[in-house]
Design a protein around this ligand. Structure first.
Ligand code: ADP
Ligand code: 5GP
Length: 205
């Protein structure tokens, strides 16, 4: 299968509370060809989250068994909980020609880049750290202690944004969604995703 038929793998990262889930929901709504990779996690479900839709909520032992059996494309610990990307669904969907979004933190993102260099990485920045705190507080899904842990993680996560292919600031939600769509379209023309096209032309007389 050449790169034109295979789907594109997108990695989307952002500090917790930036709005990445909100942006990803909009992207999924606007393009039925995109498959959202449902991660496994040991964290407790938040109100309104559904098992098998938002995450596979599993126990730590089950998670570690999946890792040991090679079932995870990547995994990482974040704020005391384990998160991981089930491998098979990602590769199946890409092979079927679907684009796939991984909504994952920076350690996992780097692991995916190491095994899938063709993955396109997008980092979403909050307008400021104080606005990040406002959003986490307004979302009202986490305790004060959890919010503080997530804010503390934000700065080192943002430092790692330098290694991403694209940066988007989520100030106006509408503008951020439009920029994400533009970047995802442009990414399809990145040289690293089009080596087959170059070879094809060189093969022609
Ligand atoms: P993340 O997935 O990055 O943790 P969420 O998508 O849950 O973040 O968004 C965190 C909160 O911020 C939610 O209450 C969401 O409605 C809100 N939000 C998202 N984008 C914006 C924005 N551009 N301006 C203001 N609030 C936003
Ligand atoms: P939350 O608890 O807010 O849903 O997620 C916390 C962090 O874990 C976010 O940065 C989110 O992107 C990340 N995350 C979610 N799923 C995965 C995953 O499968 N792997 C990794 N490495 N991080 C994930």
């Amino acid at each position: 299968m050449n790169s034109a038929e295979r789907g594109t793998l997108y990695i989307i990262s952002a500090p917790s509370g930036t709005g990445k889930s909100t942006i990803v929901s909009e992207l999924l709504r606007s393009d039925p060809n995109i498959y959202f990779s449902i991660s496994a996690t040991t964290r407790q479900p938040r109100e309104g989250e559904t098992d098998g839709v938002d995450y596979y909520f599993i126990k730590r032992e089950e998670f570690l068994k999946l890792v040991d059996s090679g079932g995870m494309l990547e995994h990482a610990e974040f704020c005391g909980n384990l998160y991981g990307t089930p491998r098979k669904a990602v590769y199946d969907k890409l092979d079927e020609g679907h684009d796939v979004i991984l909504e994952i933190e920076t350690v996992g993102a780097m692991s995916v880049k190491a095994v899938c260099p063709e993955a396109v990485s997008i980092f979403i920045l909050p307008p400021s750290l104080s606005e990040l705190r406002n959003r986490l507080t307004a979302r009202a899904t986490d305790s004060d202690e959890t919010i503080s842990r997530r804010i503390a993680e934000a700065r080192p996560e943002i430092e790692k944004s330098r290694g991403y292919d694209f940066i988007i600031v989520n100030d106006s939600l509408e503008a951020a969604v439009e920029q994400a769509k533009t970047v995802m379209k442009a990414a399809k023309r990145m040289t690293k995703l089009n080596y087959d096209t170059i070879e094809g032309v060189l093969r022609k007389c």
